[in-house]
Ligand binder design. Structure first.
Ligand code: NAD
Ligand code: UDX
Length: 483
């Protein structure tokens, strides 16, 4: 049989950390070692200042660390002592070479395979936790068996696919009560070992077992479907702005159909995050590799629509500010790609700020969890230059608004709803504009204060009325004068 009391996870990131902390919490009879080559990350996991912000994570780490949860840079020891090894390393989009900008960069996942081959002293279960292109399990199996044959030793490696569906900001709740756990594999005993681990807290009917390739592919497809809903509603938001329909009302009406469902239909400045775009581009690339051009083009459109959304949103800002933002202070509320995370990977805020700065604006960002260093690093990753005198982080939303021409809401942090906008308004240049890239604020209330509010997917009926009133009043005064 397969021994199962030691687990090692290679990769202490947004997935490895919360996932393994949850396993440690739910399975006190197992020891979980998380290893990573990034020393700074590991030392922060071992401190009070965890390397990622995720609500509820700190408590779980505190409860388990040093008992049955350990963070270390000693990959060799982790691999040697474990019976089950999770690979939870990053699989970013390739930035150069064949498939650049589309294909997944598999160097980290392959290096995990080689590391296991090098250090494994006995048979082990190897689990793909990372999101990978379909057929990656085959590549890992080949790396492992080729090295095994070369060393002349006889070990067995069972490869399983166990993609992760947690969303950032709600990771701990998602892990605690997953809609489903997906396990793909060929060997029923190995599958059974992993099923039994999850069954410590997940109802068995929610643990789905499939073949390896269905499991690998389902992860890409799930993200493609989710992102597709966002791009679909965003495309409709544009049509709403032209016609007098309100995208919020359309979302509600459409989502009330139980076949469609109400979730993931919020129009926005665009989706961000390290997964959606990367995984769709990966899906497109795989389609193309199999000669499925039309199928690839279908999914590519989800990403193209998202890029279009970010550009049109920003163009609308510049246009409303009398076609010039040069030297104008713009307050940006939120830089993270969604609320309750400090993660800025692929955040729509990047393109919005870049476009505003290229047009000469001075951007003052306030985000409760994002550090300016992380934001600057993301610009660098995308080869975007930042003039630091145009990109400033404020310590409060109020400070960001002082003397600003506009507020631009880019992340849906709860605290943004609770602010005293009257106070902000009094400190701003007039006319004071507000662009709500998350459709989350009380637009009527803000208009009453005096803001010119631009919502998503809603024509600016309010100003048109003001404008009409003004014309009518001017007209009647005029006629009174003549009579
Ligand atoms: P991450 O970049 O936060 O973490 C990956 C970690 O792996 C890094 O700390 C890196 O140093 C480490 N690493 C890479 N190669 C290594 C090696 N050979 N040895 C030791 N350590 C190594 O990435 P993440 O956001 O946790 O994502 C991991 C995987 O999970 C990706 O495939 C991603 O697509 C997938 N995923 C992510 C999310 C999410 O919300 N972030 C959700 C579901 C799935
Ligand atoms: C996503 C998947 O949800 C998760 O299952 C997978 O494991 C990883 O990728 P994540 O990227 O962390 O999770 O967050 P998610 O909540 O999916 O949001 C992604 C982006 O879409 C965010 O920028 C969010 O603001 C945006 N979004 C989401 C919208 O613009 N509108 C919506 O209605 C929903």
């Amino acid at each position: 049989g397969i021994r199962t009391n030691r687990i090692c996870c290679i990769g202490a990131g947004y997935v490895g950390g919360p996932t393994m902390a949850t396993i440690a919490l739910k399975c006190p009879h197992l020891q979980v070692d998380i290893v990573d080559m990034n020393e700074e990350r590991i030392s922060r996991w071992n401190s009070d200042d965890l390397p990622i912000y995720e609500p509820g994570l700190g408590e779980v780490v505190k409860a388990c660390r040093g008992k049955n949860l350990f963070f270390s840079t000693d990959v060799k020891k982790g691999v040697e002592e474990a019976d089950i090894i999770f690979a939870s390393v990053n699989t970013p989009t390739k930035t150069q070479g064949v498939g650049k900008g589309r294909a997944a960069d598999l160097r980290f996942i392959e290096s995990v395979g080689r590391t296991i081959a090098q250090f494994a002293n006995r048979s082990k279960i190897v689990i793909e936790k990372s999101t990978v292109p379909i057929k990656t399990a085959e590549a890992i199996a080949r790396v492992l068996s080729a090295n095994e044959a070369a060393s002349g030793s006889r070990k067995n490696f069972w490869i399983l696919s166990n993609p992760e569906f947690l969303a950032e900001g709600t990771a701990m709740a998602d892990l605690d009560q997953p809609d489903r756990v997906l396990i793909g594999g060929q060997d029923q005993d190995a599958i059974g070992v992993l099923v039994d681990i999850y069954a410590n807290w997940v109802p068995r009917e929610r643990i789905l077992c499939t073949n390896l390739w269905s499991s690998e592919l389902s992860k890409l497809v799930a993200n493609a479907f989710l992102a597709q809903r966002v791009s679909s509603i965003n495309s409709i938001s544009r049509l709403c702005e032209r016609t007098g329909a309100d995208v919020k009302e359309v979302s509600r009406a459409v989502g009330a159909d139980t076949r469609i469902g109400p979730k993931f239909l919020n129009a926005s400045v665009g989706f961000g995050g390290s997964c959606f775009q990367k995984d769709i581009l990966n899906l497109v690339y795989i389609c193309q590799q199999f000669g499925l051009e039309e199928e690839g083009a279908y999914w590519q459109q989800v990403v193209d629509m998202n890029d279009h959304q970010k550009v049109t949103f920003t163009s609308k800002i510049i246009q409303a500010l009398f076609n010039t933002v040069t030297k104008k202070k713009i307050a940006v509320f939120g830089f993270a790609f969604k609320k309750d995370t400090g993660d800025v990977r692929e955040t729509p805020a990047l393109l919005v700020c870049d476009m505003l700065m290229k047009d000469g604006a001075i951007v003052h960002v306030y985000d409760p969890k994002v550090a300016i260093e992380d934001a600057l690093q993301e610009f660098k990753y995308h080869d975007l230059e930042v003039n630091q005198s145009q990109f400033i982080f404020s310590t409060s939303a109020e400070e960001a608004c002082d003397g600003a021409h506009a507020i631009v809401v880019l992340t849906e942090w709860d605290e943004f709803k609770k602010y005293d906008y009257q106070k902000f308004y009094s400190k701003m240049m007039k006319p004071a504009f507000l662009f709500d890239g998350r459709n989350m604020l009380d637009h009527a209330g803000l208009e009453k204060i005096g803001f010119e509010v631009h919502a998503l997917g809603k024509a600016r009926v309010a100003t048109e009325h003001h404008h009409q009133d003004f014309v009518m009043r001017a007209g009647s005064r005029g006629s009174a004068g003549y009579s």
